[in-house]
Design a protein around this ligand. Sequence first.
Ligand SMILES: Cc1ncc(COP(=O)(O)O)c(C=O)c1O
Length: 480
Amino acid sequence: MEFKSKNLLSKIATNDGHGENSPYFDGWKAYDSNPFHPTQNPHGVIQMGLAENKLCVDLIQKWIRENPDASICTAQGVDKFNEVAIFQDYHGLKEFREAVAKFMGRVGGNKVTFDPNRIVMSGGATGANETVMFCLADRGDAFLVPSPYYAGFARDLRWRTGLEIVPVDCKSSDNFRITTAALEDAYEKARTWKVNVKGIVISNPSNPLGTILDRDTMRSIVGFVNEKNIHLVCDEIYAATAFRSPRFISIAEIIQEMDNCNPDLIHIVYSLSKDMGIPGFRVGIVYSFNDNVMHCARKMSSFGLVSSQTQYLLASMLLDDEFVVNFLRESSKRLAKRHHVFTKGLEQIGISCLKSNAGLFLWMDMRPLLKEQSLKGELELWHVIINEVKLNVSPGSSFRCSEPGWFRVCFANMDDETVEVALDRIRAFVLGRENQEPNKSKHRRKKCLRLSFSSSRLYDETIMSPHIISPHSPLVPTKT
Ligand SMILES: Cc1ncc(COP(=O)(O)O)c(C=O)c1O
């Protein structure tokens, strides 16, 4: 008997909103089919497309070892098992909300006190962003999002909500700053398209730029949303990754200072995925200054609560002042060092990056290496970098950057030895050609290099089978 399969599933289930079919899947296929290992696969692809923070795992492990009673699945903590395991109130454990509010305050430089009663849980910032969208807008409405922006926004803000993103093009000539002119431009464009703009979503610090918003820019964005009477959602997931001055400023601090600001328009999304390096714990937070949004988000949080076991553990960890102070200090130090090693390594071979002081990545300027200044030119270079240099970096177009030639390079998801291998590979890529043509100008030499590289491979390469399927959803990593 033959079954009809058409229209068995919903539009959401069958549309492409998850974004899994993007060409960037190639990068993940390349990595998954040939992952680098220092001894077992030294010529494999190095994963530089994952914004993971692995630099302070040891500190968390040490704390867990020293505090076995904080885990309910240990001999020391098991007496609490029953109490914690049956807990399912969507307000969350009181201690957890207090601990997170305190942590957010500390990350923001103790300039603002966050109210534990406004802490709403969600499944990571992914869930938190979607929850806020569900609270603020209806299918067909739009949010302005300064570009380049986090690739996952295209899914998290749009897929299940049916919302639209209107990019706000930020230019390298402005150091990718968010200008009022660019905001006005996008807003007006949306209006001519007859799209109802409900707000702006920003990530501060920025993924993929690694920059933080300055006070004046934040004030002008707050002024803009007040004037238009639209919302501002600030994704502050990278708040504690600011490793050098100027310091990170939370939007909460800005609205505290501004007299003529309607706080009902302001909402923060937070998560411990990046600042603590624990994305697997799925701790996302919605913090809204709008009571109605806060209550609605809390009801919706039933769909993405943080497990009580995780809440219990983190409450204990984050209320340990000595640990938190030391963790944040050490994390900044290690991020700064890693950032320095990478930027210096690239600088020595003439590759510059956007000046940054936060995040887990660099925004690398490869424009001089493009064969042509176009999306095609960018993707061509990207394929060489993945397939021949064997680095899975992310092209700017995956962040909807309007200028070709920028690449995001993650630097905190690997150990020191892998960093050296990655830098050696980039060096070999860029300098190999220069040595062959010493009389050419630097710029010219770089241009020639990209042409030659594909014919003279530096590394043994097993031809990638096009039908190798990733064991993981590629979108799990690509979102980061
Ligand atoms: C700006 C931004 N928001 C949200 C997320 C999703 O984070 P989470 O793992 O907490 O869902 C990411 C992950 O990379 C991100 O970069």
